[in-house]
Design a protein around this ligand. Structure first.
Ligand SMILES: Cc1ncc(COP(=O)(O)O)c(C=O)c1O
Length: 371
């Protein structure tokens, strides 16, 4: 298929080379490429301020902060989590030698359904790992009440929730910790990258040791940490992109408004409702195709879009719980996860990025509405 006229599902936010290359020159001059360098420190400070959080540690991607968060909190036994996510969420639990326990999601948000959490708690449960799917905030208060009642840690996978706010307050300081992904496909990117947000200086110190092999000094290793340090080139790139993120989110918002306006009443197409209390980052625009009402299956629509050079993404499909590594778990039984199973079977994320033109949007909408 020719790339000409192709509408991709995402397109990275890139700083201009004019602003990036002087920083590269500076890195070359400094000859300090990684290990908590100047740009690393600057980006941590800048992100803390921008996101309105106090303690943030940069990582080399968005998976290692999940793994490190569980390690930092010494989580053991079973971790309750959502099957409707990117596979890295559950993998982080597996990588710590822990057992993921899947709980179904809420059809109105795609997030862990708090009403179903308690029945999954056993004496081995020590933590809950919810996901703010597509940047939709979880029911933070309900989850916290359960965590407080049972003495559980809460680690949010906030990979999609860069700068999402509720009632004008960041959601990234919820629970005990939150993780971010700065992957190239995310709203804000450092090419590959991520972060772990925590609540106090002592925990940040432990996280910073753990992401540097566990080194707490020249000759002291306090734990079997991993290497997950962000390098200077990507930290500098991240500083550049931070200058453009507000404009990029604004451009995404315009796309979302047009999609929503056109698809709101389309028979057989379901959208999530927007919550007026939430400031979204418009990272994704999922639609859910009801085959009976729409008259075409999700997969047929997905293929048709592809045939017209419009690339959607079945995100998240298949459900994590159906993958070979996890499907033997009793919580993976589809009867335990009816809502998540349906969402995975119905979803297509439409092209969503700051560079979509009115013409692109029109092409996507015409195809979906024409049938
Ligand atoms: C929900 C979720 N968690 C974790 C990750 C992992 O992030 P990364 O790709 O930066 O390792 C992703 C990335 O797509 C994600 O979507």
């Amino acid at each position: 298929m020719s790339k000409k006229n192709q509408i991709t599902v995402t397109s990275p936010l890139l700083p201009s080379l004019e602003e990036f290359t002087p920083m590269l020159q500076d890195i070359w001059d400094r000859k300090w490429l990684t290990n908590n360098g100047f740009y690393h420190q600057e980006l941590e400070k800048a992100l803390a301020e921008y996101l309105g959080v106090e303690f943030i540690s940069l990582f080399t991607n968005g998976t290692l902060p999940l793994i490190t968060a569980l390690q930092a909190m010494r989580i053991t036994g079973e971790v309750i989590t959502a099957p409707y996510s990117f596979v890295a969420t559950t993998h982080s639990i597996w990588w710590n030698g822990l057992t993921p326990v899947f709980v179904d999601v809420d059809p109105n948000s795609g997030n862990l359904d708090p009403k179903k959490i308690e029945e999954a708690i056993t004496p081995k449960t020590t933590a809950i790992m919810p996901v703010h799917v597509y940047g939709n905030p979880c029911d933070i208060q309900a989850i916290q009440e359960i965590a407080d009642r049972y003495g559980l840690a809460v680690i949010y996978d906030a990979a999609h929730a860069f700068n999402v706010k509720q009632n004008n307050k960041t959601i990234l300081d919820s629970g005990d910790m939150s993780t971010l992904s700065f992957h190239a496909t995310k709203t804000y990117n450092t090419i590959e990258g991520g972060a772990l947000i925590c609540k106090d200086a002592r925990t940040k110190k432990r996280i910073d040791y753990l992401k540097n092999f566990g080194f707490a000094g020249e000759t002291t290793v306090v734990a079997p940490g991993i290497n997950s340090k962000m390098d200077e080139v990507r930290a500098a790139y991240g500083l550049c992109n931070l200058k453009h993120i507000d404009a990029a989110i604004e451009a995404r918002k315009k796309v979302a408004i047009k999609y929503r306006e056109a698809l709101r009443n389309a028979p057989g197409i379901k959208l999530f409702n927007e919550n007026p209390d939430v400031t979204y980052n418009y990272s994704y625009f999922p639609i859910f195709v009801n085959e009976k009402e729409y008259g075409t299956s999700r997969d047929a629509l997905y293929e048709k879009m592809k045939g017209h050079n419009i690339l959607g993404r079945r995100y998240f499909y298949p459900l994590i719980s159906t993958f070979g590594v996890y499907r033997g778990l009793s919580s993976s039984n589809p009867a335990n996860l009816p809502v998540a199973t349906k969402m995975a079977n119905d979803v297509i994320c439409l092209p969503m990025h700051a560079g979509l033109s009115d013409n692109d949007i029109e092409r996507v909408l015409t195809l979906i509405l024409k049938k």
